[in-house]
Every structure is written in C-alpha cells, then in structure tokens.
Design a protein around this ligand. Sequence first.
Ligand SMILES: [Zn+2]
Length: 244
Amino acid sequence: MDRYIRQIPIIGEEGQKKLKKAKVLVVGAGGLGSPAIAYLAAAGVGKLGIVDGDSVEEHNLQRQIIHAGNVGMNKAESAKAFVERLNPDVEVEAYPFNITPENVVEIVKKYDVVVSCPDNFETRLLLNDACKILGRPMVHAAIFGFEGEAMTIVDTPCYRCLYTSFPKADKTSTAVMGFTAGFFGCIQASETVKLILGMEVLRGKLFRGDLRAMEFFEVEIDTNPNCPICNGEIKEIIPENYKN
Ligand SMILES: [Zn+2]
C-alpha cells in the first residue's frame, strides 16, 4: 500500500481494493493508449489487457512515450514491458494483434471496462457495439491537432448516437500534438478510475477541449432514435456487417 500512499487519502483503502479487483481493457497502445495505460497501471488497476497489432515506429515517440527504446517491438508487448517495470502489482495480458469483428466479443467480455484508443472510426464503432451488447462501459476519446473529445458510454447515448456519418480518415496524415494525446489519454484514465470507484463520470456528455485556445466545454448528448444499437436493431456482432 506504500506505493499508493498519496492517493489513499482520496479514494480510501476500499477504493484501492476496488482498483486491484478491476479488469480494464485498453484497445490501442498509441497516442491515447500510452498515457491511459501508464496512469491506470500506476493507480493500481489489478488487470490490464492491451490490444495493438502495430509495431513501434520512430515517429510514434513524439507522443507514445511508454514505448521509449522499443522501436520495432509490437506495441502491446512494449506496453506490457513498460507496465511491468512501473508497477509489478498489475497483471498484464498483451494481445499483439488488432481487434476485429471476429475476436472483439471474446476479448471484451473478459473485462469490466473498455478504454477505446484506436486511430480509426471502424474500430471505435466496433468497440461501441460490442460494449453496448455486452453491457460494458466504454471510455471514448479522439484527438486532432490541439483538440480532442472524450465521452464515457455507460447506459447512456452511444458513439453511434453521436456521429451519423464517418469520414474515411487517413491515419498517416492525422496531425496531432503529443501533449494533446497525453491530455485526453489522462482523461480516459481518470474516467476509468472514477467508473471503477463508482464516482460520477461524463455520462451522456461529450467533453471537448482545445489546448490552443484553452477552451473546454461539455455538450449533452441525446439518444438518437435512429441509432441501431440504442434502438435494439443490432443485437449481436455479425462480422459481415463490419466489412466495407
Ligand atoms: Zn446509440
């Protein structure tokens, strides 16, 4: 408990035990996933699952700071090595491949909370659908430049309610400042810890922030009656429905 002596006055020993019992899945060990993983591990989350099929490249290190020294290594494995150095109390399972419609249900159902940190809309939608179907909370964030957004989806409007159309983003051209990823990844770690502790989170609210203008605000999100997840049209993950 010595390791957590600075946070126990805030969350109590009971809170620390809740964290120890929690199983959190982080999908994507990139810009958002790196800080989320680091702070969840540091806080003493008992089990972390980390999913990422990519390898560390030099241009990732501008923001993905947990991968320092690991260029060429798979990101899930690299993140696991980081967590084991930072906090040996945390059990880590690395999934060194991408989440797909075929494997998403089996992986997500092993965890209590999903932290969504991919770099594309397709994976966010897939995670959103799997989490809603399995009844798992999902902590969403996305970033661009100096700006980002975050939302915690529990029994509240979902990611599909938020966006009715999805542009085809080219991830290699997605420009971002490293600290924007750090800021929003930390919000995801914070939301996840608060969920585990039963504290109030960004439920039904989209948080938006612009670190250049230093403007931050929240938007109330309504359930979209045409959302096929929230209106019950989609009841299971059928891989054919996720093929382009
Ligand atoms: Zn919805």
